[in-house]
Design a protein around this ligand. Structure first.
Ligand SMILES: [Zn+2]
Length: 55
């Protein structure tokens, strides 16, 4: 069995914030929800752009 991946400073995955468009790096608090993280922080989570109105 392969060991669980361990993130180091050099191998941290990054994402682009859906609100501000800036890249941000993995954080320990997101260890369990990284796949669902879309924003770099609480501010951007609250200020997320309004979804496009459905046609
Ligand atoms: Zn952001």
């Amino acid at each position: 069995m392969a060991p669980a991946p361990r993130y180091t400073k050099a191998t941290l995955p990054t994402k682009i914030c859906a609100t501000c468009g800036r890249p941000f790096a993995w954080r320990k608090k997101w260890a369990r929800s990284w796949d669902e993280v879309k924003y770099c922080g609480e501010k951007c989570q609250r200020n997320r752009p309004k979804p496009e109105p459905a046609p």
